[in-house]
Design a protein around this ligand. Structure first.
Ligand code: SAH
Length: 238
């Protein structure tokens, strides 16, 4: 899967994308993540990317005449447009149209079923807002396919939401998780009826007077399975 990230702060992604499972997924070429610094598309000597809002008020709005050319440049490159005609530099093959996501608190809240749908896509573009957000015409003009929120709170930018989405989507891509890290039976997975998962225990058998439930030590797989089903959706401190 190819993921293009449009951001003013590519440096923020170091760490989450360069460690552990996500790093391995890229080494295995299951994930092809590319960064595009929106500043490079900025206007004038200062590479301006934002401006004050019409109608007044605090904050800065990211400009449509900066963001749209950036989206189009990435699309043209990946779809084998302008560059493709000259031999399609670096691309193994031309792709279909990417699915373009803008992160916004006003967007549709990200849920596991949507994560699974996104994982089936071949190519997504993630646009990270900053400051007050982006000019509405970028959305109204059809350059964005979907607005996604990661929850009802406001962050400083779309970079953390992008990392959350990539992490959740990546673990649904076959081969990304090792055999010890199956994605099949997890909280919100279809196989658990989209419910919260059952609790886990490991050694020692007794800790600070707290015992592992007997059934898990019984070796009776039927009973264990039954117990786990009964626990679904229950018990958390929330
Ligand atoms: N003025 C906006 C908030 C802007 S926050 C509003 O009131 O709705 C700056 C950027 O952070 C946004 O453009 C968006 O890309 C990102 N962002 C903030 N909170 C988010 C959330 N809960 N989900 C997804 N993206 C978010």
């Amino acid at each position: 899967m190819r993921i293009d990230i449009l951001t003013l702060f590519p440096g923020m992604f170091t760490g989450p994308l360069t460690e552990s499972i996500l790093a391995r997924a890229q080494e295995k070429e299951l994930l092809d993540i590319r960064f595009h610094d929106l500043r490079k598309f900025g206007l004038g000597a200062y590479h301006q990317v934002d401006d004050s809002p019409y109608g007044g008020g605090a904050g800065m709005v990211m400009r449509a005449d900066v963001i749209v050319p950036a989206i189009e440049a990435v699309m043209n490159e990946g779809m084998g447009g302008k560059e493709g005609e000259k031999g399609n530099k670096g691309n193994k093959r031309n792709r279909g149209k990417p699915w373009r996501i803008y992160f916004s608190p006003r967007g549709k809240k990200l849920k596991q079923a949507e994560v699974e749908r996104l994982a089936k896509r071949d190519w997504i573009i993630l646009l990270c807002g900053h400051y007050e957000g982006i000019d509405q015409r970028i959305i109204d003009g059809g350059w964005i396919d979907e607005e996604v929120s990661i929850g009802d709170y406001v962050l400083t930018g779309g970079e953390l939401p992008a990392m959350v989405l990539i992490d959740a989507v990546a673990r649904q891509i076959p081969g990304v998780l090792g055999k010890d890290e199956s994605a099949a039976e997890e909280s919100f997975s279809a196989s658990l009826g989209r419910k919260k998962e059952y609790p886990h225990y490991t050694r020692p058998e007794e800790f600070e007077g707290l015992k592992v439930p007997d059934v898990l030590l019984s070796g009776n797989h039927g009973e264990i399975e039954k117990w786990r089903r009964e626990q679904l959706g229950g018990r958390s401190r929330a």
